[in-house]
Design a protein around this ligand. Structure first.
Ligand SMILES: CC(C)(COP(=O)(O)OP(=O)(O)OC[C@H]1O[C@@H](n2cnc3c(N)ncnc32)[C@H](O)[C@@H]1OP(=O)(O)O)[C@@H](O)C(=O)NCCC(=O)NCCS
Length: 222
């Protein structure tokens, strides 16, 4: 056996290019018509289209996100797909030559009244703050994932997910609550994700040593 250390990680936590306040975007990522907050990360091979990525949210690698709002401190694992677009099931063909006619050199314009893009744009996905989306999960068009929720790896999320619940499977179903409703209500009242950075840093010790219930009790009384 020989000891091996080969290659560089393509992320800011272990790789050569560290995070800063300015969005961290891997050179292989594609981002179009989108906005990003501070301390955000878009890892290698990710594609982000027409989306807002709020402060501290990150996606590891090979995630595809279309028409979505990704809440603060959202954790998106690799190979996650958010808002896979539907094809026009009511038309004679599902193929995109009807709405991408220009690319196919079949018309001068794609489609005058763009029925398909309007339809797709109307199905925005909302991901709340402090959500964790596991490896390879898919969040379907128009779905909202509530604050603090967890999506199990490989899940297909077809319906809205309640705040602070854990869902998994295909279709994703409730496994259990992450915290009690009382604690969830308190955390939503505390809204630590809106705190100034200095306050987050001051509370770092408590984020580490208190569990969610203890944290809610301590900071919910302020
Ligand atoms: C969702 C998750 C957090 C649940 O963890 P947990 O609360 O410890 O859940 P358990 O392992 O006790 O499983 C509880 C039940 O849910 C099922 N389950 C757990 N994860 C599941 C998943 N991803 N898909 C389908 N079912 C799942 C279990 O089979 C079990 O079912 P049972 O009660 O019928 O036996 C975890 O399983 C998961 O998917 N984590 C994501 C990991 C990941 O993708 N990391 C990427 C790096 S960020």
């Amino acid at each position: 056996m020989i000891s091996i250390n080969h290659g560089e990680f393509a992320d800011p936590w272990r790789g050569p290019k560290p995070m800063t306040q300015i969005p961290w975007i891997h050179e292989t990522a594609i981002i179009k018509d989108s906005r990003m907050g501070e301390w955000t990360v878009v890892g290698s091979g990710c594609e982000v289209i027409a989306s807002d990525i709020m402060d501290y949210a990150y996606m590891i690698k090979d995630a595809e996100i279309f028409n979505a709002e990704i809440g603060k401190f959202a954790n998106i694992a690799s190979h996650v797909r958010i808002n896979p677009t539907n094809h026009p099931v009511w038309r004679a063909t599902l193929h995109h030559f009807t709405y991408r006619a220009k690319s196919h050199l079949m018309a001068d314009e794609d489609e005058e009244a763009n029925e398909i893009s309007d339809w797709r744009n109307s199905k925005r996905v909302i991901i709340g703050p402090d959500v964790w989306i596991g490896h390879g999960a898919i969040v379907m068009p128009g779905v909202s994932v509530g604050t603090g929720a967890i999506i199990g790896s490989g899940s297909i999320v077809t319906k809205d997910v309640e705040d602070y619940t854990i869902v998994a499977g295909n279709p994703a179903r409730l496994i259990r609550r992450r915290v009690s409703e009382e604690v969830a209500d308190t955390l939503k009242r505390i809204k630590w994700w809106d705190w100034e950075r200095t306050r987050l840093v001051a509370a770092l010790g408590d984020f580490r040593k208190l569990d969610a219930t203890e944290f809610a009790h301590k900071y919910g009384e302020i």
